[in-house]
Design a protein around this ligand. Sequence first.
Ligand SMILES: NC(=O)c1ccc[n+]([C@@H]2O[C@H](COP(=O)([O-])OP(=O)(O)OC[C@H]3O[C@@H](n4cnc5c(N)ncnc54)[C@H](O)[C@@H]3O)[C@@H](O)[C@H]2O)c1
Length: 258
Amino acid sequence: MSSTSGSLFDLSGSTALVTGAGRGIGRAMSVALSEAGARVLATDVDAAAAADTQRLLGSGDELRAQPLDVTDPDSIAVAMDYLVAQTGRLDILVNNAGINLGNDTPAEQLDPEIWRRVLDVNLTGPFLCAQQAARHMIAARSGKIINVASAAAVIIPRLNERFLTSYSTSKAGVVMLTRVLALQWAAYGITVNAISPTYTDTDLIQRDELRMRQMVSSSPFERLGQTADLTGALIYLAAPASDFTTGLNLLVDGGFSL
Ligand SMILES: NC(=O)c1ccc[n+]([C@@H]2O[C@H](COP(=O)([O-])OP(=O)(O)OC[C@H]3O[C@@H](n4cnc5c(N)ncnc54)[C@H](O)[C@@H]3O)[C@@H](O)[C@H]2O)c1
């Protein structure tokens, strides 16, 4: 790699806050950003899990993991203010936290409380975090916001999980939120993009034998996604290489949505 292409993907000197960093995709993304040179703050509603992730990072001694519930504006503000107080900046926000509930229930039987909870965490959460990150990014006239959406935002999975009513709707909302914010904040040098994984090998997916078989056979590559499959897209969207890319939903789904 030439030194020019190297600096396009270099995150040295930047800072990142990752939500839902305590396990799964959020943990893997925190480690990847750290390995690319960013100082990363791991946050999660599960404070102990976030602390476990923080210990894996280059910034593990410098920064203390913060409890952050994406539905709670006060906890978002405290964590972001902490990162800015410690480092002087917030360059990258990864809106990763998400939940998947009620996906065995037909829409006509879905408890409205489950619908509200999924929309609250998966859609309102990224909005609240982006809104508060923008306070810092607009002042700095730069920033990278990366929303973790899902292939389920653009295709309705037709396994026996055909009832992803609230989840799919929330993730489609994330894709449009990405576009709306991208358009508004380009003037401040902020890019807003989404990454959409397919079924990925984390605690989120249901692992009974039939589902596993269906998930694998619905992938053109005949395997689940691994968290490492997302690293290239993540670093691209966090780094100077993507400075002229905004509003994109980057499907890293192994062709699942084709
Ligand atoms: N695993 C998949 O198959 C898959 C596929 C497509 C998209 N995604 C998306 O990727 C993201 C990460 O999923 P994952 O598979 O790593 O899930 P996971 O369940 O392994 O981890 C999710 C993390 O989010 C945290 N979290 C939950 N609610 C929160 C809240 N209110 N505030 C802050 N943190 C909260 C959890 O404590 C957990 O640490 C989610 O947005 C998910 O929808 C996952």
